[in-house]
Design a protein around this ligand. Sequence first.
Ligand code: EPU
Length: 419
Amino acid sequence: MINGGRRLCGEVDISGAKNAAVAILPAALLTKGRCRIENVPDIKDVNHILEIMRQLGATYEKIDRNTIEIDGSGVKQWVAEYEIVKRMRASYYLVGALLGRFKKAKVAMPGGCNFGERPIDQHTKGFEALGAKVSLQQGMFDLEAEKLCGNAIYMDVVSVGATINIMIAAVLAEGLTVIENAAKEPHVVDVANFLNSMGANIKGAGTDVIRIMGVEELGSCTYALIPDQIEAGTFMMAAAASGGDVLVKNVIPKHLDAISAKLVEMGVEIEEYDDAIRVKRSGVLHKANVKTLPYPGFPTDLQPIVVTLLTTAEGTSMVNEGVWENRFQYVDELRRLGANISVSGRTAVIEGVSKLMGAYVKATDLRAGAAMIIAALMAEGTTRITNIQYIDRGYEHVEEKFGKLGADIKREKMEDEEC
Ligand code: EPU
C-alpha cells in the first residue's frame, strides 16, 4: 500500500547485483573448494538458487545477511528436476556449471519472467561447440561430453545468459575458447572476475571478444559482488519521479551512464561521486525517446520504469524495446492510474498527463512491479499493488529502503491476493 505524493529525500545503499549473484553462486560448484561470496543480495532468487544447490548436495553457510560461504564438495549429481528449477530462469547457469564439472548435466527447462519467446539456442550452440551432445527430452536439457574442448563461438545474438553460461562451462575445457559478439554487461565482467579469482584464465570480458584458456582445476576464493545496476537505476528514477533529492550509494557510476544521460535529458540534476550518484529534480520533467539495447545501451530491465517516469513528462515520448519481444504487458496497469500510453509492437508512445491517480494494480513481473511502486509514489492518493512476490525476487527489503527515503509504503497481507 503506497500513499503517493511524497518527495524522496536522503540516502539509499544499493545491494549486490542480482544477475551476477544468480550466475556466480552456481559457478561456485565448479570447485570442490569453498567460495566465500560477499555483497550477496538478500532476495528470493538468491534463496531459490541456494536451495537448488543444496538439493544437488552443496552446503552453504550464511555468515551474515549478505555473505555466503559455499562448499560444493558434496555435489555428486548433475540432475536438477523441473520441480526445483521451474520458478527461475537463471537456473540455466546450473547447466554450464554442472557440465564444466561433471561433463554432463540434466536440467529442466527454466521458468522466469514472460517477455515472449525466450530461446536458448545460443547456449546450446556454445555447449555443442565445446564438444557436448545436447538433447531436449521431456522438458529436460540433457548434455554429455567425453571431454570439453575449447573452440571459437560466434554468438548470433548478443545474449547475457549464453555468454555467461559458455564462459562457465569453458573454464575447465581443454585449450582456448573464444566467444565473439559476447555480451558486455557489468555482470558478465563480474562472473569472469569471480572465475579468475578461483583460478580461471579469462581475458576480454566487457568487450565483444572473450578468450578463455582452460585450466585443470579451480580452487577456493573470496569474492565481493558488484552493486546492482538495475536497483541503482530504479532508485535514481524513483528520486526523479518524486521530484526528490537522493544520494544513491554503493554504485559504480560508469555502469549507470546511459541512465544518468537520459535523466539529464529529462531535466534531472545528476552529480557523480566515486561510488555514489546524487539525483535531484526541482523543475518539470521533459519528454524523451529511449531505445533499450544491450550494455552499454539503456537497459531493458529499466524499460518499464522509464516508461512510468515519462507518464507525467511534458509532451510525447517514445520508448522502443530493443531486447525482448513482448515487454509491455504492464502498460494496462499504468493506464489504471491514468497514464496515456499506446503500444504498437515493440514501441510505446507516451502522452504526458498532468498527474497519476492511485488505484489497484498488480505487478506483472519483477521490473514491472518496481515500476508500479514508482507510479504509486507519483500518484495522488493510495495505490494497492498485488503480486509483490515478483518484486521480492529481485529487490532487497524494498519497502524498508523506500520507507527510509520518506515514502509512505507498507506491506499488507491481503485475503484475496493472487498467487
Ligand atoms: N536470445 C536468443 N537465444 C538465446 C538466448 C537469448 O535468441 O539462446 C535472445 C532473447 O530472446 C532476447 C535476447 O537474446 O531477445 C537477450 O537475451 P539474454 O540471453 O541476454 O537474456 P537472459 O540472459 O535470459 C538476462 C537477465 C534479464 C535481462 C536480460 C537482458 C538474468 C538472470 N536475466 O536474461 O534480466 O532482461 O539478460 O539484459 O541475468 C531481470 O533482471 O528482470 C531480467 C529479466
